[in-house]
Design a protein around this ligand. Structure first.
Ligand SMILES: CC(C)(COP(=O)(O)OP(=O)(O)OC[C@H]1O[C@@H](n2cnc3c(N)ncnc32)[C@H](O)[C@@H]1OP(=O)(O)O)[C@@H](O)C(=O)NCCC(=O)NCCS
Length: 229
């Protein structure tokens, strides 16, 4: 018997992780809610996805091999719930002003010797540029570190995705370099840059504090008078 087998028994259930609702505000004060996808989101979800096909297409995950069945919206909700119940993901909807505006998925939650996760996200074009995604990442990230006790968060981004690179820059994630042909996106294997942060790198601070600081610094840069002469 392995010496630590009794301890494994204790940590194999993950109580209180899901369903989960987190609330926060962007640095400019927009209220953001993270919550599970519900069956009654179907009309809003389908409308937003339909209206944002061109906006999301270049960044959407695709299947490298044809999938045999088309999933219904109910199947999608059930799939998310099953993954979350197993402690493998936190599949959030992003809600602002009572509207479904996007998604933030904490995926690949792995414990063992890793205690790590990845994040993916999108917002509808109409809601872009308001700091909603960096805020959502900070809210979910602080939960991952502070409540789940994870050690590392990773975000993978196509090098040409300027808007998403801005999100990790605002949160001060570390650039870990290029992963060639890393994920199947928009119909092909695409290079990604990998960004990460570990709990110890925050030095007792939070991602939300980091975001507030970086937005104050950016405000100062934009309001500083131009140098004379
Ligand atoms: C990437 C994305 C999630 C960023 O979300 P967001 O909530 O708009 O994030 P921010 O408000 O911090 O804006 C990030 C950048 O978007 C760009 N942006 C700003 N206003 C914008 C607008 N109205 N329309 C489009 N892009 C805009 C800017 O480059 C901004 O960076 P800046 O603040 O340094 O100028 C969003 O652009 C999106 O959903 N894109 C399509 C899907 C996608 O790329 N997902 C990520 C895959 S890794």
């Amino acid at each position: 018997m392995w010496p630590w087998s009794r301890r494994v028994d204790v940590v194999q259930s993950w109580p209180g992780e899901w369903p989960l609702r987190l609330t926060g505000r962007t640095p400019s004060g927009v209220a953001v809610i993270l919550r599970p996808l519900r069956l009654d989101d179907e009309a809003a979800y389908l409308a937003v996805r339909r209206d944002n096909v061109d906006w999301l297409g270049p960044w959407d995950a695709t299947a490298p091999r044809p999938t045999p069945t088309t999933r219904s919206f109910g199947d999608l909700v059930a799939h998310h719930e099953a993954e979350a119940a197993q402690g493998r993901s936190l599949p959030f909807v992003v809600e602002v002003d009572g509207e479904f505006v996007g998604q933030l998925n904490v995926s690949n939650i792995v414990r063992g010797s890793f205690w790590s996760c990845a994040m993916g996200y999108w917002v509808a074009r109409a809601w872009a540029g308001q700091g909603i995604t960096p805020t959502a990442v900070a809210m979910a990230g602080d939960h991952c570190f502070g409540v789940l006790g994870l050690h590392r968060i990773e975000i993978n981004i196509r090098p040409e995705n300027v808007a998403s690179l801005a999100v990790v820059r605002k949160l001060g994630l570390r650039d870990e370099g290029l992963r060639p042909r890393y994920l199947h996106i928009d119909g092909d294997w695409r290079d990604h840059r990998s960004f990460a942060v570990t709990a110890d790198e925050l030095g007792g601070s939070t991602l939300r504090e980091r975001l507030t600081q970086s937005s104050q610094q950016s405000l100062l840069r934009h309001t500083d008078p131009a140098p004379q002469g």
